[in-house]
Design a protein around this ligand. Structure first.
Ligand code: ATP
Length: 298
């Protein structure tokens, strides 16, 4: 049995540069893996793909785990199957890329379990056909995403910073937020470029302060409570705070996990869900279960 930790992502910075011919938006974004993770287990099975889901509600039908597994089988011609269990801890439609993380974990784990030996670049290309955040979830760490967000350049890592996540009870569909975004109403700004510059200079404190997400205006206009939430997060003395992706989750960064935990209690009130974690340097971790080779696989 192979166990995978599928880590969520936050967008430390997000610029939208225009609309592409393929219907997607052209973005420049700084992506960061965080410790909040779904847990998946994989065991070989004859004749099919079987999925069990527990935890956060997510449909089994059309699940990204099965889509990733099926596309790996098709791309390689592999005939065997797998039993997959998904313990869903990352909230769904939250801007945290949970579905992409699960798909990335599935590609890496089944590549290992089935002994396919596909190189990581191959898995990234396969993942990009399923979802734009999957290549980042495969690579993990801190990275600049261009194009649809899937043309990646790895960036110098941040230290392990404390991350406080606060989310309202509702979710938001990515497509709806982008549909409401009007390029003409947004003066050009370049938080992702600026953040990248400071990361290359080794100035992570300046880097995290230079972030920003142009989609905040769209989301905050419709949900003013999220604008107030961002102000409250900043008022705790956080290094920075912002909307992750298309939201509705907001994140705040602190110098340590303990400081993030210390500030969290102020937000554990009715109507909000709260998580405390850290930034991490890897997207997916694989481990062999006890009955198999006892070595860590990545
Ligand atoms: P992003 O920030 O990449 O847009 P998100 O965090 O906003 O992602 P997800 O949680 O990845 O959104 O879910 C997006 C959609 O994908 C949901 O409508 C959900 O039903 C569907 N989905 C399919 N499989 C999964 C999965 N394994 N986990 C989460 N969502 C899934």
């Amino acid at each position: 049995m192979l166990l995978a930790l599928a880590r969520a992502k936050i967008n430390l910075a997000l610029e939208v540069r225009g609309r592409r011919k393929d219907g997607y938006h052209e973005v420049v974004t700084v992506l960061q893996s965080i410790g909040l993770a779904d847990v998946l287990t994989f065991a070989p099975a004859e004749g099919g793909l079987f999925l069990e889901v527990s935890g956060e509600p997510v449909p089994k039908e059309n699940n990204l785990v099965l889509r990733a597994a099926e596309s790996l089988r098709q791309a390689t011609g592999y005939q065997g199957g797998a039993f997959i269990r998904l313990q869903k801890n990352i909230p769904v439609a939250a801007g945290l890329g949970g579905g992409s993380a699960d798909a990335a974990a599935t590609l890496l784990a089944l590549n290992r379990l089935w002994g396919l030996g596909c190189p990581e670049e191959f898995l990234e290309r396969l993942g990009a056909e399923i979802g734009v955040d999957i290549p980042f979830c495969l690579r993990g760490g801190t990275a600049l995403g261009r194009g649809r967000g899937d043309e990646l350049t790895s960036l110098p890592s941040l230290p392990a910073l404390g991350v406080l996540l606060v989310k309202p009870l509702y979710g938001l569909a990515t497509a709806t937020v982008y549909q409401e975004f009007d390029l003409h109403l947004h003066p050009p700004c370049f938080p992702a470029e600026e953040m990248t510059h400071w990361l290359y200079k080794g100035q992570w404190q300046l880097a995290v302060k230079s972030g920003g997400n142009v989609l905040e205006e769209v989301v905050f206009r419709r949900y003013p409570e999220l604008r107030r939430l961002k102000e409250e997060l900043l008022a705790t003395g956080a290094l920075c705070a912002g909307l992750s992706g298309t939201g509705p989750t907001l994140f705040a960064l602190f110098p340590s996990w303990e400081e993030a935990l210390d500030k969290a209690s102020a937000f554990t009130v009715q109507g909000w869900r709260v998580w405390v974690t850290t930034t991490v340097r890897r997207g997916v971790r694989l481990f062999w279960g006890e009955n198999d080779a006892a070595t860590s696989a990545g």
